[in-house]
Design a protein around this ligand. Structure first.
Ligand code: WT7
Length: 657
């Protein structure tokens, strides 16, 4: 059950075809259909996207220019006016969907709520008026730090409605991590809850917000809005900073027309880890993102009007933004939101939810699938999962064994699986099967979505031959692409557009993943090639964890690497040298792990801390992480060690000192 290796997936020759029944009812019904879309789009990408923008979305005003590409800065549908909240809500109210369930929510303790399109629209309009009343204006950034409750989606849509870009921060991040992100985004207001349920315990979110804002650390924040979710006693600051959501929500009108936004107005900023210390604020804008998430949701999840669609991500990640909220709602779908997580006390909770609501489409992560395998087949086998017709996976490479288990135990050998490769930066899914058209191979994300010109290249930007490893790259801009790093356009250029040098004015997007293409043109994504770890499908920068560690007084130097892990994909291993007066101990090791949790959040907790006298470095002082990776996973140190400054460091590390 380990990560796929080149050897294991090269041997993967199984091919799974969708059933005739599935294909006949699908939006994209055959390989010939896919090929036609793909070829048309490749011949004229701009026209392809413009046609879809025209037919799939409602505009207040049509665009003048489809694409203004001044590499690496793209503008799509320039001159157009549109609002994504309008496309997700208002336009459905004049159809039969008005009283269709838009959002089905299941809380961890078993409480639940369903909001129809009309009800969701009303809540969003009211809350948009609450924001306005508190002085939030078009262009102001709003922080959202919420559990998985309907108000999280309502808050996002309300921000979009009035043109205030949101910045959702995952509720599992610590107060420190929240503070850094609020400062970078200069948020004017924060929306949170008293708490959320997580594995049978309350996560006190408002308390974290108070810590993040303490001592005027984030001067831009003027107000905090608090949803009452868990109901425990919660401190509310005197003097008007803090407000209960429900108090203000009842005082406002439900009339709030959607603001006509420019296509390129910022919709949100979402922070993600990179290979350097500070998380990047990934900026997405309005029209292109709306179109891209809309059409990918429709074709990849093959949405039909009666479907109940469930994506298990958290709204704090891009998957939650694109495939719980915006993509499904723009399509008028029923999207399910679940607050809980599989846990020892309720290992079958996901399957209960599927049975209870008759879920048809289920989208989750390989790390969750591996956890289910470990919990045992008896849990899914004991539930009725016959409503399922399509499965999806995202977040990391899926090993063929996990794929086969998902196919057999959850999919009953009848559901196609879409293994979807994409990133926070790409806005939506880029490489994926279209389930009625493309046959699947376990472990492969298969083929690029129509309009996406993906390739495997070397560092000069040349395509590499089939079945040879290289860097995953994209050759042409697409509507869902990130527009910039918030406040740092040069970092945007450096990180994504200069690893592969532009040639003859042509720019190539560097994704940071290693991959290869097989003889059928199928993509096999191997994982990150930079200093980014993937722990349980969450992205973590090694430098980010290192800076957290060195902020502890005992730590002189830290080097963080990933070690393959059966469940999480990768686990954090930290090599530490101590300041003079400190002694290595079990206790200190625990303290340092806890320190990382405090600085970043539980997702970054090192699985292992190794104390050492010195770290292996090159003569120019660069830590040789490659060697540490070998050591962490118990492998022999391979490759060139000639650049090592002091070979005895390596010998000592081998001996475990
Ligand atoms: C990185 C992006 C975008 C949704 C969740 C993660 C890895 C994502 C796959 C897949 C192999 C995958 C890549 C990518 N990744 N999906 N289907 N197969 N690897 O978003 O946090 O921006 O991370 O996740 O390494 O670069 P993210």
């Amino acid at each position: 059950m380990s990560q796929p290796t080149i050897e294991s997936i090269l041997q993967e020759k199984r091919l799974f075809q969708p059933s005739n029944e599935f294909s006949q009812n699908a939006h994209i019904k055959s390989m010939a259909d896919y090929q036609r879309f793909y070829d048309t789009a490749k011949a004229n990408p701009e026209q392809f996207w413009a046609n879809l923008a025209e037919t799939e979305l409602e505009w207040f005003q049509k665009w003048d220019t489809i694409l203004d590409w001044q590499p690496p800065f793209a503008k799509w549908f320039v001159g157009g006016k549109i609002n994504i909240s309008y496309n997700c809500l208002d336009r459905h109210l004049t159809t039969w969907r008005k009283n269709k369930a838009a959002l089905i929510w299941e809380g961890e303790p078993g409480d639940s709520r369903t909001l129809t399109y009309a009800q969701l629209h009303r809540e969003v309009c009211q809350f948009a008026n609450v924001l306005k009343q508190l002085g939030v204006q078009k262009g102001d950034r709003v922080g959202i730090y919420m559990p998985m409750i309907p108000e999280a989606a309502i808050a996002m849509l309300a921000c979009a409605r009035i043109g205030a870009p949101h910045s959702v921060v995952f509720g599992g991040f610590s107060a420190e991590a929240l503070r850094d992100r609020l400062i970078d985004a200069q948020a004017k207001l924060v929306i949170t809850a008293d708490g959320g349920w997580r594995k049978d315990a309350i996560v006190p979110l408002k308390e974290q917000v108070d810590k993040a804002l303490a001592d005027g650390a984030v001067p831009s924040v003027e107000n905090v809005l608090v949803v009452k979710r868990t109901g425990q006693e919660t401190y509310m600051q005197l003097g008007g900073r803090d407000h209960w959501w429900h108090d203000l929500q009842k005082e406002v009108s439900a009339d709030c027309p959607a603001e006509p936004m420019d296509s390129e107005d910022m919709l949100f900023v979402l922070y993600t880890s990179g290979s350097t210390g500070k998380p990047k604020g990934v900026v997405h804008t309005t029209a292109g993102y709306n179109l891209y998430t809309h059409i990918t949701t429709k074709w990849i999840f093959d949405l039909q009007d009666t479907d109940v669609y469930w994506c298990t991500a958290d709204v704090g990640w891009i998957t939650g933004h694109s495939y719980i909220v915006y993509g499904p709602l723009s399509n008028g779908a029923t999207t399910l939101m679940y607050e809980g997580a599989p846990r020892a006390s309720n290992p079958g909770c996901f399957w209960d939810v599927i049975e209870k609501y008759g879920v048809n489409i289920f989208y989750t992560a390989p790390t969750a699938i591996r956890a289910f395998i470990k919990m045992g087949e008896q849990h899914p086998n004991g539930r009725n999962l016959s409503s399922l017709r399509l499965l999806g996976t995202v977040g990391e490479p899926i090993n063929p064994e996990a794929w086969m288990w998902y196919h057999r135990v959850i999919g009953g050998e009848r559901c196609p699986i879409v293994d979807t490769w994409w990133q926070t930066e790409t806005g939506g899914i880029m490489i994926t099967p279209l389930p009625g058209a493309i046959s699947t191979k376990p472990g492969s994300a298969t083929l690029p979505f129509p309009g996406i010109i993906a390739d495997i290249v070397d560092l000069e930007g040349n395509s590499v031959p089939e079945n040879e490893g290289g860097y995953l790259a994209v050759r042409h801009p697409w509507p869902g692409m990130m527009r910039t790093v918030y406040g740092d356009p040069e970092r945007f250029r450096r990180t994504y557009w200069e690893h592969i040098p532009p040639k003859d004015g042509k720019y190539t997007y560097f994704a940071g993943d290693g991959a290869r293409k097989d003889e059928d043109g199928y993509f096999w994504v191997m994982g990150r090639v930079d200093d980014v770890l993937n722990v349980s499908g969450h992205r973590l920068g090694t430098m980010e964890v290192e800076s957290a560690l060195v902020s502890h007084p005992a730590v002189a130097e830290a080097a963080v690497v990933g070690k393959p892990d059966d469940l999480k994909g990768e686990e954090v291993v930290a090599f530490i040298t101590l300041e003079g007066t400190y002694q290595a101990s079990e206790e200190l090791s625990k303290e340092l792990k806890q320190h990382v949790v405090k600085e970043i959040g539980a997702i970054a907790r090192p699985g292992e801390i190794r104390f050492t006298d010195a770290l292996p470095k090159t003569r120019s002082g660069k830590i040789m992480r490659r060697l540490l990776r070998n050591l962490a996973s118990g492998q022999e140190v391979s490759g060139d060690t000639s650049t090592l400054e002091d070979r005895s460091v390596l010998d000592k590390l081998r001996q475990g000192t």
